[in-house]
Ligand binder design. Structure first.
Ligand code: ACO
Length: 272
């Protein structure tokens, strides 16, 4: 695995954890962090040892949003080419690449989430937070608004009365509130955060990778397509998923009474 300046990457038993690693800046996203995340996810896409990805933050913060100095103030004086490169990478890894990763991605929210950090949370497929975490759309507090992709992504994920309340007031919300409004999957006691996330990762590891990829493709393509196009795409994804596991081995095992699909996964044979 390559070495990165702003993130740590660790693989254990098929689970790759990416840790945003600028704790002294509360894991604010600098231009270099965007480059590192873009490169890292691009590599992991093809990494057969990565069955599940977890994204978390070092120290007491998950992600304090864009780096207000490096991403905004300092970027204003950069050549247009550099500004475009950083903005594209910043947008792509959070709003395209995460969704298109074949592996499921879990946000393990260990601390603060502000502004652009929301799009890391929404970009992940599953988001679990410690119950003492605070999240906020702080942009109005410094005279900006949730710009770039933030409003776009929030309007996809939240009801207007929830999103507009937090975007207009700049107030923080608790993890429980984030769970209630559907921004995250679940808030759990801090002491249970690691255990809960690993339990989900281990569950996902048992499944056929092609089936997990199909769930993601069907979900995200359906979301952005007309129903008739989505239906066609679903048929194609179905054919691809069936070919990837050589037919219907899960249903064959069911017919042989080898397991109960309602209660757990079939035995997935690793493809050599
Ligand atoms: N950009 C750049 N630097 C940051 C950021 C940020 N988003 N957040 C924190 N830092 C830096 C601080 O400047 C400080 O650096 P320094 O030690 O060199 O002075 C260091 O991180 C620690 O910050 P503190 O404020 O001292 O940490 P504290 O734990 O008291 O507070 C908190 C944490 C609440 C996250 C606070 O730092 C904060 O409000 N940060 C800004 C959050 C924010 O509004 N994010 C921008 C969203 S907008 C967007 O993403 C588009």
């Amino acid at each position: 695995m390559a070495n990165y300046q702003t993130i740590l990457v660790d693989n254990k038993d098929g689970v790759t954890t990416i840790t945003l690693n600028r704790p002294e800046k509360r894991n604010a996203m600098s231009p270099q962090l965007h480059r590192d995340m873009y490169d890292c996810l691009t590599d992991l896409r093809y990494d057969k040892d990565t069955r599940v990805i977890i994204i978390t933050g070092a120290g007491e913060s998950f992600c304090a949003g864009q780096d207000l100095k490096q991403y905004f103030i300092e970027m204003d004086s950069q050549p247009e080419r550099v500004r475009d490169e950083v903005r594209e990478k910043s947008r792509q890894w959070r709003n395209e690449i995460l969704r298109k990763m074949p592996q499921p991605v879990i946000a393990k929210i260990n601390g603060w989430v502000f502004g652009g950090g929301f799009t890391v949370v929404t970009g992940c497929d599953i988001a679990i937070a410690a119950d003492d975490v605070q999240l906020g759309l702080s942009e109005v507090n410094f005279g900006h608004f949730p710009g770039g992709e933030v409003t776009i992504v929030l309007s996809e994920n939240l009801q207007p009365k929830h999103a507009l309340y937090y975007a207009l007031t700049g107030k923080t919300m608790s993890a429980k509130e984030a769970e209630r409004i559907g921004l995250i999957t679940k808030a759990v006691p801090r002491a249970d955060l690691d255990k809960e996330v690993m339990e989900i990762a281990n569950n996902l590891k048992e499944k056929a990778p092609s089936a997990l990829n199909a769930v993601k493709e069907a979900w995200y393509y359906t979301f952005y397509s007309n129903p008739d196009v989505a239906y066609e795409i679903s048929g194609l994804i179905s054919d691809k998923a069936k070919a990837a596991i050589g037919g219907r081995p899960g249903l064959q095992q069911f017919a042989r009474k080898e397991y109960r699909p309602g209660l757990g996964s079939y035995k997935v044979e690793e493809k050599k």
